[in-house]
Design a protein around this ligand. Structure first.
Ligand SMILES: Cc1cc2nc3c(=O)[nH]c(=O)nc-3n(C[C@H](O)[C@H](O)[C@H](O)COP(=O)(O)OP(=O)(O)OC[C@H]3O[C@@H](n4cnc5c(N)ncnc54)[C@H](O)[C@@H]3O)c2cc1C
Length: 396
């Protein structure tokens, strides 16, 4: 690695690791800086859902589908990371929800997604481990699962194989800017590092580094909590979501006849300011990850009793065979969310030599492709998706 790399990438989550990998493969000299270790942030703390069902037709759905397709082929380029096109069963417990879900499925099919309503019997035939007391489900065929921690490790390894250098732990304290140009970073230990360009891929902390430059990234910290059991003796064939998921879908809530009561789960007591996404995923080795309680405005990655309570109250009921499984881990992760839930990808945010790849709320879908987009912009290739709608100036 030359003393002055072409590009410094800050942050080794899915966005930064992919950016470093694609830049190095394009022939640029890359230095990847990470404050802790690869996938230390949200990328190492999520249950691996590639979640399409709630994406609105238009930009959000188009970029999500492009990201999913990119990731489906990425294993060939960087090595297997557990990508599986599992589909998702989103079940409900209240029969009154079924007519509304039928209308929602029809709407989503019109938007191009393969979604259908399943009866209780059809749902249980597909997923015999589920609680027989459910009322039915939506089957969304396009959803997929991956091991995002493994993907980040694969991307960092691929970046290094292509010639990138990685330095960690190395926390960036500030950006070095002179004459309207970003020419490097200063680390927390005072080390100054020079580069031709700097890509911020450090989530919420990116907003902190931008603020002294007068660039305001409107990112909100949202804390999500999840937990993991030991390997289960049964196999789930698909991703699962419970009724609470349907409280988070504005497209569904906009349908005539929507009634929150049909999706309100009496087993769940939420602390003030908390919501719950009700996701369950089984990894290839049998372990089950489940969650997620969410709290907007919480930036501490600390798991709490109140945040773990909804998941613990529902998993043994939803999967009756899971109640005796050892609970191996519980954790929290912080996600940087923009008001429109879309990332900030910006090759020209107003300071030359500075590039933004932050604000990934659904990084499992778009995070890896964002690295290709940024690398194409810096190295002169063709981006897989036009980054223009994701510029920082959309908020001004
Ligand atoms: C419990 C949970 C459930 C989730 N569920 C889903 C889901 O179902 N689907 C989905 O798509 N997404 C989901 N997410 C969100 C997803 O994890 C994120 O969108 C994605 O991981 C963001 O990736 P990133 O690379 O932008 O950020 P991160 O993975 O947070 O990476 C940023 C990295 O930058 C490093 N860093 C920070 N500051 C500095 C600095 N100053 N210097 C150097 N390095 C720094 C951090 O240590 C970190 O490693 C979930 C997240 C959580 C926590």
């Amino acid at each position: 690695m030359p003393a002055r790399p072409d590009v410094i990438v800050v942050g080794a989550g899915i966005a930064g690791a992919s950016t470093a990998c694609h830049l190095a493969r394009a022939g640029l000299g890359v230095l990847l800086l990470e404050a802790e270790q690869p996938a230390y942030g949200a990328s190492g703390r999520n249950p691996g859902f590639l979640f399409l069902l709630g994406k609105a037709k238009g930009l959000a759905l188009e970029v999500s589908l492009a990201g999913r397709a990119f990731q489906q082929g990425l294993g060939d380029a960087v090595g297997d990371f557990g990508f599986r096109p599992t589909g998702m069963l989103a079940f409900v417990r209240d029969e009154r929800a079924l007519p509304l879900l039928a209308a929602f499925a029809a709407q989503r099919r019109a938007d191009g997604l393969a979604v259908e309503l399943l009866s209780r019997e059809e749902t249980l035939r597909r997923e015999p481990a589920l609680d027989p007391a459910i009322a039915g489900s939506l089957w969304s065929a396009g959803e997929a699962h991956q091991d995002t921690r493994l993907l980040v490790r694969r991307l960092v390894a691929a970046a290094e194989t292509a010639g990138a250098a990685a330095r960690m732990p190395a926390k960036v304290a500030s950006l070095r800017v002179a004459g309207g140009r970003c020419h490097g970073v200063t680390l927390a230990d005072g080390t100054a590092l020079e580069a031709g360009a700097v890509v911020l891929a450090n989530g919420l902390d990116g907003a902190r580094l931008l603020a002294p430059l007068g660039l305001i990234a409107p990112l909100t910290a949202t804390r999500y909590q999840a937990a993991e059991t030991a390997a289960a003796p049964f196999r789930l064939s698909a991703l699962l979501s419970g009724p609470s998921l349907f409280l988070h879908l504005p497209l569904l809530a906009a349908l005539p006849g929507y009634d929150r009561a049909c999706f309100t789960d009496p087993a769940i007591a939420l602390a003030p300011g908390m919501t719950y996404t009700h996701q369950i995923a089984q990894y290839p080795d049998g372990r089950i990850q489940f969650g997620c309680a969410c709290e907007s405005g919480r930036a501490e990655a600390v798991a709490t009793a109140a945040g773990q309570a909804p998941a613990l109250a529902t998993l043994p009921r939803d999967l009756p065979g899971s109640g005796a499984l050892a609970l191996e881990r519980s954790w929290a992760g912080v996600v940087a969310q923009a008001p429109d839930y879309l990332p900030i990808l910006d090759l020209k945010p107003g300071v030359a030599g500075l590039v933004l790849n932050i604000g990934h709320a659904f990084g499992n879908l778009i995070g890896a492709m964002s690295g290709q987009i940024v690398a194409a912009g810096l190295a002169g290739g063709a981006p897989l998706f036009d980054p223009a709608p994701f510029a920082l100036r959309r908020f001004s």
